[in-house]
Ligand binder design. Structure first.
Ligand code: HEC
Length: 270
């Protein structure tokens, strides 16, 4: 399974890492070294990729999968639980993978009324979250304590399942969430105020690799199922039956849905 990551992750970088279009060697060495993107722009790009990925996972895999009898659980990693990761834990998986990568990008999903107390915003992020709840606009600031540029983006109750699951959860700290509410925010952090072309692509690639890593962990979990029926893994989605897409097919859909905007940014900077 592991080999797949190596094959698919560079897809985004094919034309992006200056390796296409016959750029002369010397130029290649210096191109991509200038600071071309403000950190805010890059965090906005990766947050957009995350929006698309999270929606695709929540609706097509979790929503569609449940209709086919597939299970998703917060304890999905436990040996006796045969299930896939909930959307928030999918995101946590992505964050863990990024943390292990050489890219100094931080990702965190928090709230003022979390299910898991460890996800409660504190300090400056708690204050800014109050503003986000009112206008749903992103917030950017420099975190002096951590020495990190920080961006926060609203996480909305975009599906009925968000609301019912959170309201009914035994550990919930709020049981009157409504559709459309700002349930939380994703916080992204990066140490530098501007990024080179290469650093920007590295950020986007480490996010994409993170989604593939956690998705592959899910597929590995399925492989180890003893009691539950195993969906067929190929080019079909749960909407068609007891199927799950391969990591390539999943990532390909994310790209089709999100990359156009991201590409426009990257190409405009060249
Ligand atoms: C089937 C249940 C379920 C569904 C559906 C669900 N969540 Fe959650 N969500 C959880 C659980 C459980 C956690 C805590 C995970 C952890 O341990 O960090 C969580 C965590 C979160 C957090 C971090 C703060 C907290 O509550 O701990 C946010 C924000 C969040 N979810 C938003 C959403 C949104 C938005 C959706 C829909 C797009 C959604 N959730 C769908 C169960 C669910």
């Amino acid at each position: 399974m592991k080999a797949i990551t190596k094959i698919i992750v560079p897809v985004l970088s094919i034309c992006v890492l200056n390796s296409c279009g016959g750029v002369p060697e010397e130029k290649t060495a210096s191109a991509g070294e200038e600071k071309v993107f403000a950190v805010e722009e890059v965090l906005e790009m990766v947050a957009k990729e995350n929006d698309v990925t999270r929606t695709l996972y929540t609706k097509a895999i979790v929503g569609g999968g449940k209709k086919q009898g597939m299970k998703f659980d917060e304890d999905w990693r436990k040996d006796d639980v045969e299930a896939g990761p909930l959307p928030a834990l999918f995101l946590r998986g992505v964050a863990t993978s990024i943390k292990k990568s050489p890219v100094p990008l931080g990702l965190y999903l928090g709230s003022d009324f979390p299910i898991n107390a460890a996800n409660k915003f504190v300090g400056k992020q708690a204050n800014l979250f109050e503003t986000i709840k009112k206008d749903q606009k992103p917030q950017f600031f420099y975190d002096d304590d951590q020495k990190l540029h920080t961006a926060m983006f609203a996480d909305l109750a975009s599906a009925g399942a968000c609301v019912t699951c959170h309201n009914d959860h035994p550990q919930t700290s709020k049981s009157d969430w409504k559709l459309g509410d700002v349930m939380g925010a994703t916080t992204w952090q990066y140490p530098k105020d501007s990024l080179t072309y290469k650093e920007t692509v590295a950020v986007l690639n480490s996010y994409a690799k993170g989604t593939v890593d956690i998705y592959m962990e899910y597929l590995d979990e399925i492989e180890a199922f003893k009691e539950s029926e195993k969906p067929e893994i190929g080019d079909k989605w749960p909407a068609d039956g007891k199927y799950l897409p391969t990591p390539e097919v999943f990532l390909d859909s994310v790209r089709k849905l999100s990359s156009y905007e991201t590409m426009k940014h990257l190409v405009a900077a060249k």
